[in-house]
Design a protein around this ligand. Sequence first.
Ligand code: NDP
Length: 336
Amino acid sequence: MQRIVLASRPEAKPEPANFRLEDAPMPTPGKGEVLLRTIWLSLDPYMRGRMSAAKSYAKPVEIGETMTAQVVAEVIASQHDGFAVGDLVIAPIGWASHGISDGTMLEKITPGAAPLSAYLGVLGMPGTTAWVGLNDVGGAQPGETVVVSAATGAVGSLVGQLAKQKGMRVIGVAGGADKCAYAEKELGYDVCLDHRALDRKALTAAIAEAAPEGVHVYFENVGGKTLEAVLPNMRDFGRIAICGMIAWYSGAENAPPAPLVWSAILRQRLRVEGFIIFDRWNRRPDFLAEVAPLVKSGKIHYRETIAEGLENAPAAFMELLEGGNFGKQLVRVGPD
Ligand code: NDP
């Protein structure tokens, strides 16, 4: 089997030398365990946090340890009563071609609603994050205006579509003309603004123009310049659901001064709430009940960027952090 381990901790942006591909003997499942073969590996921005030793909501990956990830895998040997050979599962076995599990945190997939890869994206953790963040955290209501950053990504693309289906005015912020065209034409955003083409002042003015009544809900995925541009456009008593701040995962460039942020929160009486999806995993069945049929019927669109082969995971991950992905970033590790 093969796996990718953390070779060293990045100082700022991750570099190839921070990762190491290793060969290891094929593990054998013991009593109560299964052996899994990875088909799809999910690459997610949170993995940048796990590469740092800094205290966070989850423990860091240690040097020499396999990088954390969820995968879609097939059970290829089983000594576990709940899983048979051939079962397909979502499993937290990391950047690896194979892994052993005792069943903890394994979720069985019943294929049919969508291709297997979708269970790491629109029907997986990012999709669940989008639905929970918009509804439970953001308290989004029909008729309101929402801004979504990283608007065409794994999380953002579903936030935008769900908001539109709810009857909201939906403004996206994304990087590049292609992503913005896709957001407006395929995902149904009313307007999408290109943060690469607009400086902070121009982005602030463009949001004001796109949201003449102000912004009720900001679904925050990035921080940085986009946050600074959205803040003055928030309506009094607006809500910000803080899902991520990818612009700052490798350093605090483009950080608005704290007095500016705090005074906006105070003067505009904003409710700001950060959330981590695993605290709200009990909502996953409700999410799947609502969104899986929408995906199956084609009412929800999604895109994927696919890297081929486990050895290409580090390069794909580094690109993801720079916006090189268009939709959910995946690695195909083995055949379906
Ligand atoms: P995406 O598929 O959206 O990929 C990341 C995107 O972030 C890039 O494509 C890029 O889009 C954008 N980006 C990168 N750098 C910057 C920057 N400096 N300024 C603005 N945008 C930038 O990833 P996900 O959908 O998986 O994740 C989106 C966010 O949600 C992340 O912050 C992630 O950490 C967070 N998240 C949080 C969870 C939680 O439980 N709280 C769970 C899952 C995700 P573009 O080219 O459009 O700029």
